[in-house]
Design a protein around this ligand. Structure first.
Ligand code: ADE
Length: 235
């Protein structure tokens, strides 16, 4: 998979060289390119924003550098482009959207700042590429960079060969193999820590009982923290 980021803050993406995503890049599963939007400006100040038509607070990102950036990216590879636009006005990011994006060949993250990107850029992109506007949640970040990092991590870990143990994907919170329940609590050694014992059933070796206990805890946790996930018939 090819992942590209267009941003006025390329340094935000340095952490992608770390951990699992870094390994996926080193191992060749992921090809990564970070592009500075200012490379497609032509004025002395490398201006990327301007005041909004119609008035109001904040600045809007100018269409010209975005247009040139996307034209250049399109010419740089024959892989079909899916443009991901992080925005609080987008489709909520979920595990199922992460799986959907993990199936694409080339994601280009268009990271806006300020009050976002001139709408004509998005409309123009929709005519030429697949476009997915994605929101991380009902809150406002200063720009799309942090959202793009989060989306990238969620997507890359789903690519074949990236996780050491792919079974982890089946049991974690929000996985479809888990009936959309939050994950049960986990414990490791030692068996007693600061007077707190690991639940006895987990030491029993009885896999049936352990599975039953875990499902009960997952249901309990989901009921208490995310009752909205329990719209089905759980018992
Ligand atoms: N950019 C600013 N806020 C955002 C959010 N909540 N999700 C995605 N991108 C954003």
């Amino acid at each position: 998979m090819r992942l590209e980021f267009v941003t006025i803050f390329p340094d935000y993406f340095a952490p992608l060289q770390l951990s699992l995503v870094g390994k996926a890049i080193a191992g060749g599963t992921v090809e990564l390119a970070v592009h500075d939007l200012r490379a497609w400006t032509h004025d002395r100040h490398h201006t990327t924003d301007d005041t909004p038509y119609g008035g109001g607070a904040g600045m809007v990102m100018k269409p010209e550098p975005w247009g040139e950036a996307l034209d250049a990216l399109e010419e740089s590879s024959v892989l079909p482009i899916t443009v991901v636009v992080p925005t609080p006005a987008g489709r909520p990011f979920t595990q199922s959207l992460a799986y959907e994006l993990a199936g694409k060949e080339r994601l280009v993250f268009a990271c806006g700042r300020y009050e976002g990107i001139d709408q004509r850029v998005i409309d123009h992109c929709r005519q030429r590429y697949e476009v997915v506007e994605v929101s991380l949640g009902d809150y406002v970040l200063n720009g799309g960079e942090v959202a793009a990092l989060a989306i990238t991590e969620a997507v890359v870990r789903l690519l074949p060969g990236v996780l050491g143990n792919p079974d982890s994907l089946l049991e974690e919170s929000h996985s479809s193999g888990n009936e959309q329940l939050l994950e049960y609590p986990n414990y490791t050694k030692p068996p007693v820590w600061r007077g707190r014992e690991v639940p006895e059933v987990l030491l029993s070796g009885n896999h049936g009982l352990i599975a039953k206990w875990r499902r009960e805890r997952a249901l309990e946790r989901t009921r208490s923290t995310r009752p909205d996930l329990l719209d089905g018939d759980f018992s």
